[in-house]
Design a protein around this ligand. Sequence first.
Ligand code: THU
Length: 135
Amino acid sequence: MSITAQELEILSTKAIAAKASAYCPYSKFRVGACILTASGEFIVGANVENASYPVGTCAERVAFGTAIVAGHKEFKALAVATDIKPAASPCGMCRQCIREFTGPSFPVYMYDGDGSYKVMTMEELLPDSFGPGDL
Ligand code: THU
C-alpha cells in the first residue's frame, strides 16, 4: 500500500501541526504524529506527559489508540514530527505498538524541525519482531 505525493503532503502537514497540541511541560520535547488510514482518513496524536513521569504517553501511541478506538483497522503510513535535527525516530515501546497494527513494509516518515524527513519501514525499525501472529 503506497501513498501518493498529495497524501504525504497532508500527512506531514498534520504531523508537524500536531506538535502544537503536545502536553510536554516536563521535557519541553514536542512530538506530533499523524496516521493515514487505509480508508484515507488522517488521525493525529501528540505526546501527553504526566507529573508522574512514566504515566506520560508518546505521540505515536496516542494516535494509534485514537485510530483504533475510532474503528480503524488498516493503516497506510505514519508521520512523526519533532523539533530536533536529525529527525527523531519512534521509541522502542512505540515501535512495538505500531507493529501490532501494521506490516513489515509499513512506512514511518520522520520529520525534523526544518520539515526534512527520512523514511524507514517497520521491518527496518523493528526487525525479527514479535506480533499478533506469534500467539
Ligand atoms: N516521545 C514521543 O512522543 N515519541 C517518541 O517516539 C519518543 C519520545 C515523547 C515522550 C516524552 O513526552 C518526550 O517525547 C520526551 O521523551
